[in-house]
Design a protein around this ligand. Structure first.
Ligand code: M6R
Length: 599
């Protein structure tokens, strides 16, 4: 999704902004632009395509100034083009704005502005903001921005500059914005990743706050004029965790980080057989849990349902956040809504939290990005501590989410004096080592991938707690390799998908040891007899299945409750190697954004 960067300080703003835009690339974009104030003149350059192209442009190389803003755009209103990319200017080319979010009433405001002789250059909703500011601007930029914002309906993360002012105005409603606090410089961004190189101190703007940012000061007030005393947070992420290091792609690096990220999710939370993850008072009276999320995080929610119901005996519902928010859900006394999100910024998940709160549920977050909007809006929560996830396809966040959900289930059982399964605890302690062992399969999986890279379709089957793993395996493959893939519970095969099986169809079975593993054998036989190309993920001892498979990927045996974490890693590697062998841009797949901040 779109990214914002702004700078005021003593460095060459162009360099900070281009660097920042590169850090925002992983979020997905189709065009980019930059505006710099230089000797009282405002210069703007925009380009469709990659930041590299923008950087090479002679007009960009000539930019020099100490104040500027930049943007990566992910088209919503108006197709990707130079005129639609940001920054957007006013008629006199004095003011420049970059905007994330959607202005819902832009059409009526545009009509009004056109009737007042404003000339528009783009098809975007965002451009009305620069014209509205122009309409209200006399000599106080902050006042003009506030007057403009009061007319807007919808969401915005916004940075504004004017050629006659040594300041950047930043504002937010529903779209994230942070201000990095350097000594004689400030960096404004929609993503903390773009700020970390310069400072680890940040202010998270809250909804309806407007900041006047000078190189030495930040003054914040609410749109209603009320003064705000901002809190400065210290970010613990290490800048190195944002670099690829020896890996070809961030996705591969993040897959290989999983022994460590799972260890981080467990750290301090599992001592002997006691779980310490939340304050007991938050969960004592829960009668039902609603897990809500999108995409990969929704798959971890499906696993969470198995875990919580089985271990803690509390009924669980799982909802796509986008459906929950609109389906007029019934919230009962004792309901807890748990929102799961890597980024902590997903618009639908955030809206589900707000809806649940309105209806009287208590809310909890399972979130990776510290200080993100979701983490701040829920009543309480669990951080994943997986570090920054840059690859658009989520990997390490997923296994950390499942680890956190497992700890949460055990904690709930503990608070209700339900016996905690000893095998699960002892296997949890061995998990980082076992994850390392799965990773040893990477070379072998690359070899297997060679014979599937030209496949057009894939089916994934799993049962019980590994059914969501089949869904996740299919999602990973389609996201980065553009091969059509579907996941199903294996028993559903006969109810439709079996019609697709012929000798061209690769079929992946997640068939590690479980209560239901015997039942999956007949599904495998059915695929075999129709000539399907079978890949089986199973444990070393499971000899019986191997005779059916064209390829077997062996993963370490563990407790069934933990098996999704181990099994999914094999599928992450399969998706990664197939996409890489197809020479695709694994970290930035087409049309996808890392953090989906619009509906
Ligand atoms: O940041 P979130 O976990 O809330 O994101 C949810 C989905 O957008 C995300 O998982 C998406 O499906 C990924 N591309 C999956 O790889």
């Amino acid at each position: 999704m779109c990214g914002i960067i702004g700078y005021i300080g003593e460095r060459n703003a162009r360099e900070v902004i281009l660097e920042g835009l590169k850090k925002l690339e992983y979020r997905g974009y189709d065009s980019a632009g930059i505006s710099i104030i230089s000797k009282n003149s405002l210069k703007t350059v925009k380009k469709v395509g990659r930041i590299k192209e923008l950087e090479k442009d002679k007009k960009v190389k000539d930019l020099f100034g100490k104040i500027g803003i930049g943007h990566t755009r992910w088209a919503t209103h108006g197709k990707p083009s130079e005129k639609n990319s940001h920054p957007h200017l006013d008629c006199k080319k004095k003011i420049a704005i970059v905007h994330n979010g959607i202005i819902e009433n832009y059409q009526s405001l545009k009509k009004l502005l056109i009737s007042e002789k404003h000339k528009f250059n783009s098809d975007t909703d965002s451009e009305i903001i620069s014209h509205l500011i122009e309409k209200f601007y006399e000599d106080n930029l902050e006042e003009a921005v506030i007057k403009a914002l009061r007319l807007l309906e919808g969401t915005f993360g916004l940075a504004v500059i004017s050629k006659d002012k040594e300041e950047v105005i930043a504002a937010k409603r529903g779209s994230p914005l942070v201000i990095g606090i350097g000594k004689n410089e400030k960096i404004i961004s929609s993503d903390v990743a773009a700020v970390l190189k310069y400072t680890d101190k940040v202010i998270y703007l809250k909804d309806d706050e407007v900041a006047v940012v000078h190189k030495k000061t930040v003054l914040i007030r609410k749109i209603n004029g009320q003064k705000v005393d901002p809190k400065i947070h210290k970010i613990k992420w290490d800048i190195k965790s944002m670099e690829k290091g020896r890996f070809k792609h961030f996705m591969l690096k993040e897959i290989f980080e999983q022994p460590e990220t799972i260890r981080n999710a467990l750290r301090g939370r599992l001592s002997r057989s006691k779980i310490k993850i939340l304050d007991e008072k938050n969960v004592r009276d829960i009668k039902r849990i609603i897990l809500t999320a999108c995409g990969t995080s929704w798959h971890s929610a499906l696993i969470g349902k198995y875990l919580i119901e089985r271990i803690a005996k509390i009924p669980v519902e799982v909802d796509y956040a986008s459906e929950f928010r609109y389906r007029k859900p019934l919230i009962l006394e004792g309901d807890l809504l748990v929102a799961i999100s890597q980024s902590g910024e997903t618009a639908d998940t955030l809206a589900a939290i707000r809806e649940a709160k309105k209806l009287g549920a208590s809310t909890m977050g399972i979130v990776n990005v510290v200080g993100s909007t979701i983490s701040r809006e829920v009543d309480f929560g669990i951080y994943l501590h997986a570090g920054p996830e840059t690859g658009v396809a989520s990997t390490k966040a997923f296994t950390s989410q499942v680890t956190a959900l497992l700890l949460f289930s055990l904690f709930l059982a503990q608070t209700r004096s339900i016996r905690i399964p000893c095998k699960t605890i002892s296997e949890l302690k061995k998990l980082p080592k076992k994850v390392k062992d799965v990773l040893k399969n990477s070379k072998k999986i690359r070899e297997i991938s060679k014979s599937f890279k030209d496949s057009k379709n894939f089916l994934y089957f799993g049962r019980g707690i590994n059914f969501p793993v089949a869904l996740e395996g299919a999602l990973k493959l389609k996201e980065i390799s553009y091969i059509h893939a579907e996941g199903y519970p294996a028993a559903e095969m006969k109810h439709g998908p079996i019609a697709l099986i012929d000798k061209e169809m690769p079929v992946v079975f997640v068939a590690t040891k479980s209560e239901l593993s015997k039942k999956i054998v007949s599904n495998i036989e059915e695929v075999k007899s129709r000539g399907g190309r079978i890949i089986i993920i199973t444990n070393p001892k499971n000899k019986e299945l191997k005779k059916f498979a064209e390829y077997v990927i062996e993963v370490p045996s563990t407790d069934e409750a933990i098996s999704p974490i181990i099994n999914v890693i094999a599928l992450q590697l399969l998706a990664y190697h197939i996409a890489d062998l197809k020479n695709l841009d694994v970290d930035k797949p087409r049309n996808l954004a890392k953090s989906v901040t619009v509906e």
